[in-house]
Design a protein around this ligand. Structure first.
Ligand code: SAM
Length: 427
């Protein structure tokens, strides 16, 4: 556990310094080839969990210290140990002992007494400390204050449940390839492999206890793909029919590209500005035995990739704050700033403007984000409609139902991630 604590400590500190969690974890795996798969799993759990609950753990730590902790390494070590004490089943005495030794290994042998006292104090006064920490919104919800305030204003009825849902472990949801199987048949196949699962959408199956994808029957043969249930709405909403010319404007890693192609025979162009991510689209196409034309380009620079032939359908799954998928990427809580929302909204606006030019008359464009902030969603679309007399917004199917929240906005819950869809037609 000692080494695991220290590697997790370096990982979360790197995220705090502005780096992407998955990239840092990949580097840690390469740097520490001696770690067993169990230890790697523990590093992942401590890193993800500490970032997920870090804002709350910080409030707990503040209750346990007389003055703020200045040293960043020691602070992260204490947050990791508090996460372990509160959210894992490791023996408390071992957690405390290893934290004291980790402090020494990090060059803070003098702080061993403090680490020991803080953690033991937490164990002694846990209920009282937790209650005090949860007096503030940040301590209650484990999110930055600006994020909580925004959701509270936007969703006064739903924000508490949303924030709580965003602190849970994300479900593992699969999309059954409609060319290869049915939900009923695949559920039966899972049952034969002792994997408990249930249907959670037209073609969506949720696995009860997440397993490695290699263990999923038929995965490598393309019978299923991993895709959240909310993301699975995109292809049916776009309603691309056999023979249509379709643009997937922000395609990588290809979850929605492949869904579109499973459902119909399309002349599909998949564009993404990130060539390395585009390679993952090709891998997914190969696994599923599907074909598309892949283009690495900035989709807004029409002159660099467009041949002048309009598209009948366009999927614009634009870059966004990803605030609807924060439970899958808890580093977002630390990496995003409130000002990023306006930055993304400006980029999305420019993309929409460019894509509208390549949409055929009568054609449909599906705008999608995995965000819950209205500047990127409803307001973006309202502004677009106000600027374009040749655009109208089409109603979405019942499946993307909205209960007192803006049309097309899916809130994160037990079933799916937070997402937004708006279907536009050129008239
Ligand atoms: C939300 S992700 C797309 C997810 C994908 N549709 C799927 O379902 O798997 C957004 C993508 O937009 C790409 N992107 C960002 N700016 C772009 C641009 N100017 N032109 C094309 N792609 C861009 C990013 O590289 C990223 O892969």
């Amino acid at each position: 556990m000692l080494e695991v604590q220290q590697i997790a400590c370096a990982t979360v500190a790197a995220v705090r310094a502005g780096r992407n969690l998955n990239v840092v974890l990949a580097e840690q795996r390469a740097r520490h080839p001696q770690l067993t798969s169990q230890q790697l799993g523990a590093v992942n759990d401590l890193s993800y969990g500490t970032l997920r609950f870090g804002f709350q753990l910080d409030c707990i730590l503040a209750e346990l210290l007389n003055k703020p902790m200045q040293d960043a390494d020691l602070r992260w070590l204490l947050l990791i140990a508090l996460y372990q004490l509160e959210h894992t089943r490791a023996a408390p005495y071992a957690i405390v002992d290893h934290a004291v030794r980790s402090a020494a290994a990090l060059g803070h042998a003098h702080a061993g007494g403090l680490v020991n006292a803080v953690l033991r104090n937490f164990l002694r006064k846990r209920e009282e400390v937790l209650a005090k920490a949860k007096h503030s919104d940040v301590g209650r919800f484990a999110f930055p204050q600006w994020w909580i305030a925004r959701l509270c204003t936007q969703y006064p009825q739903h924000y508490a449940a949303m924030l709580e849902a965003c602190n849970t472990h994300p479900p593992l949801t699969l999309r059954v390839n409609c060319r290869r199987s049915t939900v009923a048949d695949y559920l039966a196949e899972l049952a034969r492999h002792d994997i408990a699962a249930a249907q959670t959408g037209a073609w969506a199956v949720r696995i009860q206890h997440p397993v490695a994808v290699e263990r999923l029957p038929g995965f490598s043969a393309g019978v299923v793909s991993v895709q959240d249930a909310a993301a699975q709405f995109a292809a049916p909403l776009l309603d691309a029919q056999n023979g249509m010319r379709v643009l997937d404007a922000c395609a990588a890693p290809g979850g929605k590209t492949t869904h579109l192609l499973e459902r119909a025979e399309l002349d599909l162009v998949a564009v993404d500005s990130d060539a390395s991510r585009l390679a993952r689209v090709q891998q997914n196409l190969d696994r599923l035995q599907l074909k598309a034309t892949l283009v690495a380009a900035d989709v807004q620079a029409l002159g660099s990739w467009w041949d002048g032939r309009p598209f009948e359908r366009i999927l614009a799954d634009v870059p966004c704050t990803a605030s609807g998928v924060v439970r899958r990427h808890p580093d977002i809580k630390w990496l995003r700033r409130a000002v990023d929302i306006a930055r993304f909204a400006t980029q999305q606006r420019a993309m929409l403007e460019a894509l509208w030019q390549v949409l055929a008359s009568g054609g449909k464009l599906l705008y999608a984000t995995c965000s819950v902030f209205d500047e990127e969603n409803t307001r973006q679309i309202d502004d677009f409609l106000a600027r374009h007399a040749d655009a109208r917004r089409l109603p979405l199917s019942e499946a993307v139902s909205t209960n007192g929240i803006p049309e097309g906005q899916l809130l994160p819950d037990n079933e799916h991630d937070g997402f937004f869809y708006a279907l536009l037609q050129k008239i």
